[in-house]
Design a binder for this molecule. Structure first.
Ligand code: CS2
Ligand code: MN
Length: 361
């Protein structure tokens, strides 16, 4: 069957990109979606899911992959109230199963989702990209949050919900007793409750890598390298406990060899994110086009590892640069149309050639 190509779309009225535009990108079969108006911990209702199904149907896209059903902080912190939120999560899984959803992407990062210090950094060719300046990140997390929210121009940004950001002090306080080991335990507790339901519903839980893959603002992060990925998969050794292997998140640390992880765990990767990152000697990094030589992530080797492993899961281009008039106010940082479309063609180019070479063997 081969890899199944997806494109992330934030929903009607919440994304400037139209489904009719996505339809013109070759080989996209899945819209990677979510109910972005839901707060972590809320149950996703069938009527709300049905709306998305109705929007996708005219284009023939499937809704197999959700990114993300976000996990409530109380589950990550391990508070007694977590059981209620886990029950809600389970109800959401059951509701999603009724619509044929196959993969749920989520993350287990304390407080924030991905973090960058510049959302529109010049790449040098007239385009801009997400950028991480190591020195800036030691600043106050509140400044970070307000910078990021200002640059979203009122669009939703999962993991940086204004409602949660308004309570940053409380959140940091609540996470204070949560050591890295405690966070692992809380992740295990969460997944062990979910697994029987995942089997019943035939839905894979696919954890996203931490981004960037190291502790920030004194908060622990878990999915940061090959060793932690091994630990995660062994901790809950179940075919429904899977990865969203995000090449760019992991490769923000140049020591990480993503192709090796693909070769090791291809059967447990339910969802692949392809993103290219360029490193600078001082620890800064910039996101780059998907073309192998524009970054240091090893995109060709990674796609080859998926191909060699017989990967038939879902894949999508992750962040792209902002091109051809895309910029602050008219594009979601990292989620423009053009560069992600170019990335898809690059991925297909490699994949189709590998198919051709195999056929000629
Ligand atoms: C995504 C993540 O934009 C991105 O980098 O890959 O934000 C991802 O959606 C979440 O971490 C998954 O919960
Ligand atoms: Mn990703």
């Amino acid at each position: 069957m081969g890899m199944q190509m997806g494109f992330r779309w934030y929903g009607e009225g919440n994304d400037s990109i139209k489904l009719s535009d996505i339809k013109q990108i070759p080989g996209v079969t899945s819209i990677v979606w979510a109910l972005h108006n839901k707060m972590p911990g809320e149950v996703w209702q069938e009527e709300e899911i049905a709306e998305v199904q109705k929007a996708l149907a005219p284009y023939g896209f499937n809704m197999d992959v959700v990114e993300s059903v976000n996990v409530h902080d109380d589950i990550k912190i391990g508070l007694p109230s977590r059981d209620g939120y886990i029950a809600n999560y389970i109800q959401t899984i059951r509701n999603l199963a009724k619509f044929g959803v196959k993969v749920i992407c989520y993350n287990f990062m304390p407080v924030f989702d991905w973090t960058r210090t510049d959302l529109f950094h010049p790449v040098g060719d007239g385009s801009t990209a997400l950028y991480y300046e190591a020195d800036k990140i030691h600043d106050d997390p509140k400044e970070m949050a307000s910078y990021i929210l200002n640059n979203m121009h009122g669009l939703t940004f999962p993991g940086w919900e204004p409602e949660r950001m308004a309570k940053l002090d409380e959140l940091f306080e609540a996470y204070r007793p949560v050591t890295k080991e405690k966070l692992w335990e809380n992740l295990k507790y969460f997944l062990e409750q979910l697994m029987p339901v995942c089997h019943e519903c035939d839905i894979k839980m696919a954890i996203h890598m931490d981004d960037p893959p190291w502790d920030i603002f004194g908060l622990p992060r878990l999915l940061v390298d090959a060793e932690s990925v091994d630990r995660f998969l062994a901790m809950v050794d179940d075919p429904y406990n899977c990865l969203t292997l995000c090449s760019g998140s992991l490769n923000a640390n140049p020591e990480n060899n993503v192709a090796d992880i693909v070769r090791r765990h291809c059967d447990r990767i339910a969802f692949a994110h392809i993103r290219n990152v360029k490193h600078f000697p001082n620890g800064d990094f910039s996101e780059a086009s998907h073309r192998d030589c524009d970054g240091d992530t090893g995109i060709v080797e990674i796609i080859k590892a998926y191909h060699d492993g017989g990967f038939d899961g879902y894949i999508r281009p992750d962040h792209g640069r902002h091109l051809w008039g895309e910029g602050p106010g008219n594009v979601r940082p990292g989620y423009g149309l053009y560069d992600r479309a170019l990335g898809i063609m690059y991925m297909w180019g490699i994949w189709d050639m590998l198919d051709r070479l195999d056929a000629a063997k």
